[in-house]
Write a protein that binds this ligand. Sequence first.
Ligand code: ATP
Ligand code: MG
Length: 417
Amino acid sequence: MSENAVKVLYRLKNAGYEAYLVGGGVRDLLLGREPKDFDIATNAHPEEVKKVFRNCRLIGRRFRLAHVHFGREIIEVATFRSMQEPGEEGDRETENGMLLRDNVYGTIEEDALRRDFTVNALYYNIEDFSVVDYTGGMADLEQGVLRLLGDPETRYREDPVRMLRAARFAAKLGFRINEACEAPIFELSDLLQSVPAARLFDEVLKLFMGGVALESFEKLRHYNLFGQLFPETEEALAHEEHEFPITFVTRGMQNTDTRVHEGKPVTPAFLFAVLLWEPVRQLADEFRLGGESPLQAMQQAGSEIVFRQAQRISLPKRFSIPMREIWNLQHRFEFRTGKRPHRLLAHPRFRAAYDFLLLRAESGEADQELADWWTRFQELEGDERNKMAKSPKGEGDGRRRRRRRRRKPKTKQPEAD
Ligand code: ATP
Ligand code: MG
């Protein structure tokens, strides 16, 4: 267990409070997996927690939480909450059965019952090193079952994100979702539309950046959840499925997982570039047929799809800008003579755009020969590289069009920045 989590547990205990490790931390440790983060539950109220730690900040509106900071690690400390009717006005707010605010403190048993799945409601007690189980979580953990606490439909209506969490834990842990909890998902998936776009962004990152992106993608599609998150992509895929398998996205997901397992960085920009490529590409094709230049077509398609997607999931500008650069650079790979390939190679986004090209080639959407050319071009040194850019060999159709244009007196082609 994280040393800092242990410190927090002991500090609370020594200050006279109850303190438990709870949630994914306990679940993952019991499964012999490395927890992603460590959450602590206590009977101390947030203000009391703050008094115990100097390095502590209170955050959150929906849930009031204490964050104890240790350099880059944050240990989250939450006060036991109850599902009882609120004693005071304003402690709990709901809208059409959805919980908006939830700050009613309770006992540990009440706290257990308001969690999502039984396997997430196990408490490790620092007082006597025991695991406290009020909901049958241990048995479900042993059997690999995800079971919601309470009535599934009510719990999904309270918080539709629980449907995404079901799919995510099923993918991550290889557990199966208990039947009664599985059935309502198909009918309730459109409740996700009422979830704030910023929260969905966080959930999408958890789904696709945790090393089980492919499993998650398949589970989401199976439960009709993917289309709620990425309606344009879902439509583009459904459109294509009859003709050829949805290789591009699945390759992209596999690739992301491999990178995560190798400890290489994955960025939300690349991830979203992959997830939204199919609709962007299809729309760009339409614009191209309508007479736009490749770059203009891509830029317009990018704007349009980003705009539509933002209705569901908010993608911060620091990711959407590089994502669009990755798209806009794709057509420049076709130009392989003269100064242009050298300029593309020097572009700050070259590496991401090239990785993206490889994916396109792997799924048969771009020429493998083109991808190989760029692989070689990068590996070579100065003179050899110049030689490659001099030979017109293997130039595609786009190239010929471009040449014709070039013979005219210098009109400058717009370029991706
Ligand atoms: P991981 O951190 O591996 O993604 P986790 O189970 O720890 O999984 P967190 O989002 O860190 O998930 O949440 C910690 C705990 O808080 C959960 O285990 C669960 O008990 C509770 N919890 C989180 N989200 C919800 C929710 N939407 N509804 C009810 N309980 C929740
Ligand atoms: Mg966690």
